[in-house]
Design a protein around this ligand. Structure first.
Ligand code: UDP
Length: 370
């Protein structure tokens, strides 16, 4: 099999690269071990006429004009504002924890006192990571940060990552800051939407080019000896590519329990988090995503986090950003530099916790280099 470029994986990074490079007239072979394209963004329509995100909720949000314009070539968008609630002491409160959550959790006089302190210290509209808030010396702010840390972050993070928030790179919990605001939206980006016909349709449109050939349900390592190419882009696990010679990088996986209900909606918003109770971290109610689409019942997913077993599933969900994994990753990165015609890209190739828009913009940058 001879191609100009071989791309291993068919997730968001791979689809952007294939689309861009095929337009330049290069022949592309995509090799994907799953039986579908789209990576973890893959969705499908079920019997309830709901689009189900098979690998967990994916909400597209970005401030990057270039990324928004680029993807808009392949899909129309369904307006959608993501809202998340968390079960804190039996009450469902807005996440990111904000001034409204504060009022839901505390009696008015105490909430007033804490709100005044937050406004004086940080100002309205500021976002503060929980780990930074915990460094505050003021007694009231200490009380509040300990409360949020214990009730929102410790349990969830321990379930999700199997370590406490302080043992992860601060950027992980920093993704969900404490928001000194009354804005209950999960994301504040300029653009947030869902592809009107779903992610899979968007990726199909991206790959609709006669120069692109796709091998599904195929493990790269089973066929690599038959391949001839000028360049290969590998979006799988970088440690696996090198046979884990510097040690296996840590990853976390997810497991989902899908349940159908004969109800219009299961819960008030698309996502409810359970930091302190249950084994699962969150429940997604898919009937809340495309409000204007008629559906016949609802479908939910309970999300459980688990250790990654490389033998069972070669495509894990999350790299685990911390000091130790960074040291191992840097060794693979140096090794990768010795392979001039192989490029590592995407969440697993770069071992980075990318959002979807990061993945797209990194892939667009990479195209310019190639
Ligand atoms: N997090 C938390 N409690 C929450 C929501 C998030 O502790 O209610 C922490 C947790 O460590 C999680 C991280 O913030 O892994 C990032 O959350 P995000 O919603 O961005 O995760 P993703 O949707 O990417 O899984």
């Amino acid at each position: 099999m001879k191609f100009d470029i071989v791309i291993v994986g068919a997730g968001i990074t791979a689809c952007v690269l294939a689309e861009q490079l095929s337009k330049q007239g290069r022949s592309i072979l995509i090799i994907e071990q799953r039986n579908h394209i789209g990576g973890n963004c893959y969705d499908f329509r079920n019997d309830n006429n709901l689009l189900i995100h098979k690998y967990g909720p994916h909400i597209f949000h970005t401030n990057k004009e270039e990324v928004w314009q680029y993807l808009s070539n392949f899909t129309d968008w369904e307006p959608y504002t993501h809202r998340v609630l968390a079960d804190v002491e039996g009450k469902l409160v807005p996440i990111p924890f904000n001034l409204n959550s504060l009022r839901d959790c505390f009696p008015t006089s105490l909430a007033n006192q804490l709100e005044t302190k937050l406004l004086e210290r940080f100002g309205y509209g500021k976002k503060v990571s929980i780990l930074d808030l915990r460094k505050e010396v003021d007694e009231d702010l200490q009380f509040l940060s300990n409360y949020i840390y214990e009730k929102v972050f410790v349990g969830y993070t321990t379930k999700q990552w199997d370590v406490s928030p302080t043992d992860l790179d601060p950027s992980v919990t920093g993704r969900v800051p404490v928001f000194i605001s009354r804005d209950n939206r999960y994301f504040q980006d300029k653009y947030q939407s869902l592809p009107r016909l779903g992610y899979t349709e968007m990726f199909k449109n991206m790959l609709d080019n006669k120069n692109i050939h796709i091998l599904l349900a195929t493990n790269y390592f089973d066929v690599h000896q038959q391949l001839q190419y000028e360049k290969m882009i590998f979006t799988g696990k970088i440690d696996t590519f090198f046979d884990c010679k510097f040690g296996a990088l840590p990853y976390r996986d997810l497991r989902f329990e899908f349940i159908d209900y004969n109800l219009e909606h299961f819960q008030e918003v698309a996502q409810v988090n359970y930091p302190c109770n249950h084994d699962y971290t969150r429940i997604t109610d898919f009937s809340r995503f495309y409000n204007r689409t008629k559906h016949f019942g609802t479908s939910i997913a309970k999300e459980f986090s688990c250790e990654h077993n490389p033998l069972e599933n070669l495509s894990p969900y999350y790299p685990v950003p911390n000091k130790e994994s960074e040291i191992i990753f840097q060794k693979y990165l140096s090794e990768a530099k010795n392979n001039e015609n192989i490029i590592f890209a995407g969440r697993l190739g770069n071992y980075k916790y990318y959002n979807m828009d990061d993945a797209v913009s990194k892939a667009l940058e990479l195209v310019k280099k190639i």
